[in-house]
Design a protein around this ligand. Structure first.
Ligand code: URA
Length: 436
């Protein structure tokens, strides 16, 4: 078999056989197929798509390209959650402790941020001494003791995705439904969880820009999970503006802590209550969504969810005094307020532009080797739909960059805002729920 023939076959819109997909994935992981041929294949898939059978086969070969984790040493049903990426998305830091405090078991392997989307691991690492490098045995032990662990994917897990994702990121081939579906589901299947809650983000700040494509991606992933015996549900959530108010690593951790104290932003908490209720049902901890929602409210009100975050930070070596006193987190040297010169309503806060701006302020990586500034980012003062007058605060910018570096970014942040004279309808954060 020759890789060039497979690229031509897909380029011309034909279906690849199981053997051909195996040849590509095996060869790429072993280094026998070069990056340039794999990127040509990704681009052909981007334009020509894949059939259900091809996506299932690709997922299967990617899952088995490395270690497949057995979590059976953790008693009970293990649930996991995966977001397709967003701006200000600190959901796992709030949802994880909530679900664990309500009796669920969550062994989560997370990724790092790249481009305009942030990663849970980077956010966790803004807590001094927090370790995300745990062995499988340590993770199992931690989940058995406290019900929750969020760690980095071990290097042996889905090596095919590691290579392919980095390649797609620099070849304009991330936004492909078959490639995203296989990337997400191969990782979730290999990480050994019993049930999967997928948060498929939709809007400017997400990879899926409209409801039709988000729905198609969600249905594809739910279909793969369900056909392999995993209880899989997807929520479609809005990512046209950032989630919550904070964008940037320790800024988001502080917002997550406030949320666990019952002071969370409405959109973030709506997402956590809906996703968490589904997860508690998947874990057979509750039998109705109403009962699950009530339980989640209870663990926020009685402080048990906050305690779970403290326990997780302690178990992973982090300095819990920062969680108990978030004022201890490092604050950027430069704090700049951006104010409105408009009277009216906020119609848009473009999540993609805010995400890219936060990255330029130091909060994210432009390449995998970039070092993140944990205190950099943007905190919105108001969200879409807010009534504003001239001089009102729109957002506060945090950065350690020089004035020369950050001044152009301030202009880009202003550009992310669109105003109107008319009242704006506020859409719910959860757009749809998709089950098989
Ligand atoms: N998240 C993933 O894990 N993979 C993708 O391809 C896109 C988002």
């Amino acid at each position: 078999m020759r890789m060039v023939d497979l690229i031509i076959k897909k380029r011309d819109g034909h279906e690849l056989s199981n053997e051909e997909i195996k040849f590509w994935i095996d060869g790429y992981v072993k280094g026998e197929i070069p990056d340039y041929q794999s990127s040509a294949m990704c681009m052909a898939i981007f334009f020509k798509g894949m059939t259900k059978r091809e996506i299932a086969t690709l997922t299967d070969y990617m899952e088995h390209s490395g270690e497949v984790i057995d979590l059976s040493a953790i008693s009970g049903i293990k649930v996991d959650k995966h977001s397709t990426g967003g701006v200000g998305d600190k959901t796992s830091l709030v949802l994880g402790p909530m679900v664990a405090a309500a009796g669920g078991k969550l062994a989560k392997m997370s990724g790092r941020g790249l481009g305009h989307t942030g990663g849970t691991l980077d956010k966790l690492e803004s807590i001094p001494h927090m370790s995300i490098a745990k062995t499988k045995e340590e993770m199992i032990d931690q989940v058995n003791k406290i019900g929750l662990a969020i760690i980095g994917q071990t290097s042996s897990l889905v090596p095919a995705d590691k290579k392919l994702y980095a390649l797609r990121d620099v070849t304009g081939t991330v936004e492909s439904i078959p490639l995203i579906a296989a990337s997400v589901m191969s990782k979730k299947l290999a990480s050994g969880t019993d049930a999967i809650l997928l948060d498929v983000t939709v809007g400017e700040g997400a990879f899926m820009k409209n409801m039709d494509s988000a729905r198609e991606l969600a249905r594809t992933m739910v279909g793969i999970g369900t056909s392999l015996g995993r209880d899989t549900v997807a929520v479609l959530s809005d990512m046209s503006e950032p989630l919550g108010f904070a964008v940037g690593n320790n800024l988001e951790v502080k917002e997550a802590i406030a949320s666990l104290h019952g002071k969370g932003p409405k959109d973030l908490m709506d997402l956590c209550y809906t996703s968490g209720s589904i997860m508690l049902l998947q874990a057979h901890v509750c039998s109705t969504l109403d009962e699950a929602r009530e339980k989640l409210h209870e663990v926020i009100e009685n402080g048990e969810a906050f305690k779970k975050l403290c326990l997780m930070v302690e178990a992973q070596g982090g300095d819990v005094s920062y969680i108990k006193d978030p004022d201890k987190f490092e604050v950027s040297k430069n704090i700049i307020e951006i104010r409105s010169d408009f009277d009216g309503y906020i119609r848009e806060i473009n999540a993609l532009e805010i995400g890219v701006s936060a990255m330029k302020l130091g909060a994210g990586r432009e390449t995998l080797d970039d070092v993140i500034d944990m205190s950099a980012g943007i905190v919105l003062a108001r969200k879409i739909g807010a009534k504003i007058s001239k001089g009102d605060l729109l957002c506060t910018v945090y950065t350690n960059k020089s004035e020369e570096e950050y001044l152009p970014v301030l202009e880009e942040i202003k550009h992310a805002y669109v105003f109107t004279n008319e009242e704006v309808e506020i859409l719910p954060v959860i757009r749809e729920i998709i089950r098989e």
